[in-house]
Design a protein. Structure first.
Length: 589
């Protein structure tokens, strides 16, 4: 292993000379403490290195060793339910060795080397296989079946395959390649984090990722394999929105990256997830989750790696044929790490001091999402949905990170501090947010929810926009200046906001709403609106309509448990029709 010498230390940036054998993005070990770093820039034999650990106490003249390999992650059984730091070191294992604080230079392997996994072969000796083919499986948790695939760029015939209990480094099969070479296949493979894993083809994102959050599923849906951004100021509920999506979205695997956020937010995740029950299986949520914790008190350079580590693990599960949801909280902190390193490298700054390549780095990250057909003979369908929180300083959405993100993503859930102050959560502003997947999802929604779903959604958006215009008039000249139909519109908008869009994340029933229940709730609210307009035109007074007893039941409908939805909603509907018919009959008499 060749080595150079440190000539300069500037925070997380170390410059070393005598590094002619190193390549861009190679992993290096800095000083005799063996701190882990990555080459960012080469000038002659000088390498600029970002160090993923605290550099206090380093000085010129200390050695730097090159490993000759790029920053890579270990992929295999043992990922699920583990908490890693930004460079895939398992925090639990570090705590056992070094206590609660991560000591510098500690080298822990990402996957346990001693643990034995029960491997079941799915192919026989003599089978022809190619890269991406599944040769066996391991039941990693009660929920997740880990599929062992032929590594990239390998193909040939299986000579031998074994069943039984093995560690991730044991040989589970022997592959004779086309050139006649015999290769040992293990359960673990490595992959460089900055390189996207290949696939056969990318599909159109035309199926929704169902989240159970009404404002998202109804007004601004995201497709499986889609990309979304959740920008919002401090305290507007970004983290809770991401927690809700991680808990309830219909993804098989969740990868949650806490990138530069406060430590206590990650602590909430670590405490909550093991206790939460997965709604589909009844098991602990941790049994289908991978957590990457790189909090704000950890070295700044490792934030950059944490995003790539997370998305590489997510792609690996996507290649097995799973639907994966990736939460990055938050990409602003990652961009700040880029800005700090760029400043120390003395690069020309772009807008607000961010590097000129900010947009392209963000695009490289988000472009790795998608719904794909994986490599392999039979080609499985998998999806990777990426949802990134953005924390603009002072809630200013015109700052560079938010603007660069909005150019890439197709769903924008704009969080609003004024809604958060009014205790309206999720605080997604329905007049500012948008989803560009609506047209692609329309057919699926018509076939799987209801034919009139799209019309109901359009009517809801129209009413909310009309409400914003009418509120201006009310503020200027008072509510008495409005016509009866406009008063009904305002009342319907209030019902949509308070009874439908407002959702309590901490209520056992209200925290998740199935698509069927969402449709039934919308039908009730809109039936009140349509019938109200008809009754007003028939001469019924506004006060009588607003005093109808059924309105209270419509407002409480969101607390009806799923198993009672059909019966209770049918009763409310009958009551609504009956009370309106009685009012109109009374007016006619």
């Amino acid at each position: 292993m060749s080595h150079g010498r440190i000539v300069k230390v500037s925070g997380p940036l170390v410059v070393a000379e005598g590094m002619q054998d190193a390549n861009m993005f190679d992993v290096v070990r800095v000083s005799d403490q063996r701190l882990i770093g990555e080459v960012l820039e080469m000038r002659g034999d000088r390498a600029s290195i970002q160090v993923y650990e605290e550099t206090a106490g380093l000085g010129p003249g200390e050695p730097v060793y090159t490993t000759g390999a790029p920053l890579s992650v270990e992929l295999g059984p043992g990922l699920i339910g583990t908490i890693f730091d930004g460079i895939q070191r398992p925090l639990e294992a570090i705590r056992e060795i070094a206590g609660s604080n991560i000591t510098r230079g500690i080298d822990v392997q990402a996957l346990e080397r001693d643990k034995r996994w029960k491997f079941e072969p799915l192919v026989e000796a003599g089978t022809k296989v190619q890269a991406g083919d599944i040769i066996g499986k391991v039941q990693e948790t009660e929920i997740v079946e880990h599929r062992i695939m032929v590594p990239h760029r390998l193909s040939g015939t299986i000579e031998e395959i074994f069943a039984g209990e093995f560690t991730v480094e044991d040989t589970v099969a022997k592959l004779r390649t086309e050139s006649g070479e015999l290769v040992d296949l293990k359960m673990m493979q490595k992959w460089p984090v900055r390189v996207g894993r290949p696939y056969r083809e990318k599909l159109t994102p035309d199926q929704p990722l169902i989240t159970g959050q009404r404002v998202i599923d109804t007004l601004f849906p995201i497709a499986k394999g889609g990309v979304a951004a959740v920008p919002g100021p401090f305290g507007s509920g970004k983290t809770v929105v991401q927690h809700q999506l991680a808990k309830w979205a219909d993804a098989d695997i969740v990868v949650y990256i806490g990138c530069g956020e406060r430590g206590n937010e990650m602590t909430d995740v670590l405490n909550e997830f093991p206790q939460l029950k997965d709604p589909r299986t009844g098991e602990s949520l941790m049994k289908r989750t991978v957590l990457i914790a790189n909090t704000s008190d950890m070295p700044v350079a490792a934030r950059e790696a944490s995003i790539y580590t997370g998305i590489t693990i997510a792609e690996y599960f996507r290649d097995m044929g799973y639907s994966v949801a990736l939460m990055a909280d938050s990409t602003s902190r990652w961009a700040e790490a880029l800005r700090e390193m760029s400043g120390r490298l003395e690069e020309m700054p772009g807008e607000e001091g961010y590097p000129a390549y900010l947009s392209s780095r963000l695009a490289q990250f988000y472009e790795r999402a998608g719904r794909v057909i994986s490599l392999g003979t039979e080609g499985r369908e998998g999806a990777l949905t990426a949802i990134g929180a953005v924390s603009p300083q002072g809630g200013d959405l015109s700052e560079p990170v938010t603007q660069a993100t909005l150019r890439i993503v197709k769903v924008f859930w704009g969080l609003d501090s004024s809604l958060a102050y009014r205790r309206h959560f999720p605080a997604i502003n329905w007049l500012r947010s948008y989803s560009l997947y609506l047209d692609q999802l329309e057919q699926w929604q018509a076939e799987n929810i209801a034919r009139d779903w799209s019309k109901l959604r359009q009517d809801v958006m129209r009413i909310l926009q009309e409400e914003a215009e009418l509120e201006e008039i009310v503020r200027l000249v008072g509510i008495d200046s409005l016509s009866a139909v406009e008063r009904v519109t305002l009342e319907a908008a209030k019902s949509i906001r308070e009874d439908y869009l407002h959702q309590n994340a901490f209520h056992d029933v209200d925290t998740y709403t199935s698509l069927n229940k969402q449709y039934r709730m919308l039908k009730l609210i809109m039936a009140f609106y349509y019938k109200g307009c008809e009754a007003v035109e028939a001469g019924v007074s506004i006060n009588k309509i607003f005093a109808m007893p059924v309105r209270e039941r419509i407002g409480r409908a969101k607390y009806v448990p799923e198993e009672q939805v059909e019966q209770v909603f049918a009763e409310i509907e009958a009551e609504l029709n009956q009370q309106f018919d009685a009012l109109v009959a009374e007016e006619v008499d």
